[in-house]
Design a protein around this ligand. Structure first.
Ligand SMILES: [Zn+2]
Length: 665
């Protein structure tokens, strides 16, 4: 992937990570430790409560296996492969490592299976070549591909694998099931923009797709990218004491993320289309797992594709990388609607992650459990908040019913009951728990300094925390050491003990996302913030997806209020490609605009193509150079444009998380 030191951080995907991961512990870095007795005990006890003898998922995951390539190895553009299962050979051992939650170990084994699989006549899937699945439907004369993985490298390899075993029909249609990057980013690995422009290939997506792609993660993109490093752990070395899985799939692929805009959208739920002899019924599911998402039913094949709304784990009502919360009630209702509409006509259920389930009764059973799981989380969290419980109390109080507890597909490998319950609180009541002591507490570093002082100083706190660590009270020790570190980030003993506690929590976590977050936190407490650029990708494809309004919204986000203090300006923009006009106004350290208007009192009027503004944003050119090249025309005071650009922040990804920022807060 092209890594650009771009001022505009564009995260188009739920899971776009572009860190060049180092798979070995660098010199001078502290290596992971082993599991403590309390961790061994916790993992052993959990193992006793779950139905490990039930191996149905392994049979399902291998059903219809056609073939694969060794280690699913997909070369990248640099020395590092875009994808490989080789580092996960350690998962072949049937007994879980004692530093991995046994339930997560099982899921990580399932997610290590890779290859081309026949779902039913004319329906194939490539799985284990990225975090997500590619579904390939054989039309009469062409292929219909549902979702194209995250990167062009993995997508191309997946299609090549298919062609090794099946007739080489051209790709006639690409369907994006939803607006997350792992479902569209690899598109240019299977089709070209030229073929789309020439009308040889159509690209279909649910209504609101492009807006969701552009909008969902742009405004908070830099922070989300940094936080995604915690959720997905790209810098953790694979291994029993390191990285094992994401829960949803093995890993986030490396490589090139692209986007081709849809040539058509599905705007009406239950719309039927016949594409190259294949009948498809589209059920829209906006606001479920993604703002723009759709499910698909294939009557001829009796196959139901639930996109990402029914998978083999509890998904996220809130993602810990940061996202807007999702509506569990709505999610459940879409599953219910699909059951009512297609359930008794479906012999196989597939999804764009994990493996299919065959047999009408089993399809129904899986859907019912998933429907009820999201409804349960939503309703029970609301019940408890109406009883006055606060987020932490709800998370602690809520337990899944035994009937779901024993269901592998309802286990929290990606989402967790605890953080999803808090998401429901957040959706309905927001961040404030109504206790005025929490209304305006001191900020973290100041709070920590006072707390540690009241507790008798750092040494006293650490001494007591060592005792609690020995007793296995890792949640508390992590929290107490966090206070000491925020009071004094140079306190080595506190950092190490805090790291040790986080690490044990990671070894016990059933959710891969939590394990990753804990282990990344431990790594950064031990070694500091990684000395990598941690650049975001602002790729031209996705920048193009931002409409002008969103583009100017994001300029406003980048405005540095201190630099803008006391300044005013009005700039008219005239876009030659879209013919759109925008009047931009700076006043009171806020950028606002009116679309479709030119201000009569403007300091300057800038005439240009949007692509030129994109290029400036990507730092491929500057406005003065673009003016010289004749790409930009400025009427009025050209210095105003320079002044505006000089007031925009460039965000850096690698900010502090487990320690205070240098400013002290
Ligand atoms: Zn996905």
């Amino acid at each position: 992937m092209k890594i650009i030191n771009a001022p505009l951080l564009l995260r188009t995907a739920a899971i776009t990570i572009t860190i060049a991961a180092s798979y070995s512990v660098a010199q001078g870095q502290v290596a992971p430790k082993g599991p403590e007795p309390a961790t061994l005990k916790a993992n052993a006890e959990l193992a006793k409560t779950l139905p490990f003898a039930n191996r149905q998922d392994f049979d399902d995951a291998m059903r219809g296996f056609v073939g694969t390539i060794p280690d699913a190895l997909v070369p990248g553009t640099g020395p590092r492969p875009a994808w490989t299962m080789k580092p996960y050979d350690f998962l072949k051992q049937s007994e879980p490592a004692d530093s991995v939650n046994p339930s997560l170990w099982r899921q990580a084994q399932l997610n290590a299976i890779h290859g081309l699989f026949k779902v039913t006549e004319r329906v194939y899937q490539v799985r284990g070549f990225d975090i997500s699945n590619m579904t390939i439907i054989e039309g009469d004369t062409s292929l219909i591909i549902i979702d194209v993985l995250l990167t062009t490298e993995t997508a191309r390899a997946a299609l090549e694998l298919y062609y090794q075993h099946r007739p080489k029909k051209p790709v006639g249609t690409v369907i994006y099931s939803h607006s997350h990057g792992d479902h569209f980013g690899g598109v240019k690995g299977v089709i070209s923009e030229a073929d789309v422009a020439a009308g040889k290939v159509q690209v279909l997506a649910p209504a609101g797709f492009l807006e969701a792609v552009a909008g969902e993660n742009v405004m908070a993109g830099t922070a989300m990218s940094r936080r995604a490093q915690y959720q997905f752990g790209p810098l953790l070395p694979p291994g029993p004491r390191g990285y094992v899985d994401t829960g949803l799939g093995k890993k986030v692929a490396g490589g090139t993320i692209t986007l081709i805009a849809p040539t058509g959208t599905i705007d009406k739920t239950m719309e039927k289309r016949v594409i190259d002899g294949v009948e498809i019924v589209f059920q829209l599911a906006p606001g479920s797992e993604a703002p723009s998402e759709m499910l698909m039913y294939f009557p001829q094949f009796r196959v139901l594709d639930m996109a990402e709304d029914v998978t083999h784990n509890m998904h996220n009502l809130y993602t810990i990388r940061g996202s807007e919360v999702r509506d569990g009630n709505l999610w459940s209702r879409y599953i219910s609607e699909a059951m009512e509409t297609f359930g008794d006509r479906s012999d196989v259920i597939i999804a764009q992650h994990h493996w299919p389930v065959a047999g009408q009764a089993r399809v129904g059973a899986l859907m019912k459990k998933q429907r009820d799981m999201y409804k349960f989380i939503n309703d029970q969290s609301l019940r408890l908040l109406n009883l006055g419980y606060t987020p932490g109390e709800i998370a602690e109080t809520l337990h899944m019913p035994a009937s779901l507890e024993q269901e592998w597909s309802a286990r929290g490998y990606y989402g967790t009951l605890r953080h999803n319950a808090k998401a429901v609180y957040q959706k309905y009541l927001g961040w404030y728990d109504a206790n005025p002591a929490d209304l305006d507490p001191l900020p973290p570093a100041e709070n920590a300094r006072k707390t540690v002082e009241y507790m008798g100083g750092a040494d006293a706190v650490i001494a007591r925390a060592r005792g609690d660590f020995a007793k296995g009270e890792y949640r508390w020790v992590a929290s107490a050491m966090n206070q000491v570190v925020f009071a004094d980030p140079a306190n080595r003993a506190a950092r190490e003990l805090g790291a040790d506690a986080l690490e044990q929590l990671g070894f016990q976590a059933e959710a891969a996302t939590w394990r990753n977050a804990y282990l990344v936190g431990a790594m950064e407490l031990r070694n500091g913030v990684p000395k990598i650029l941690g650049n975001n990708t602002a790729n031209a494809d996705t920048l193009k997806a931002l409409n002008n309004e969103m583009f100017f919204d994001f300029l406003g986000v980048r405005l540095n209020a201190a630099k803008a203090e006391g300044k005013t300006m009005v700039i008219n923009w005239s876009f030659t490609d879209s013919n759109q006009r925008i009047a931009l106004n700076l006043d009171n350290s806020a950028l606002t605009y009116v679309a479709g208007k030119q201000a009569p009192n403007a300091d300057a009027t800038v005439t240009l193509a949007r692509g030129t503004f994109d290029a400036v944003t990507l730092q491929r050119t500057t406005f003065p150079d673009a003016v010289k090249a004749g790409l930009v025309k400025i009427d009025g005071d050209p210095r105003k444009l320079d002044e505006l650009m000089s007031m925009l922040d460039t965000f850096k990804v690698m900010f502090e998380v487990v320690e205070p920022k240098p400013s002290g807060q």
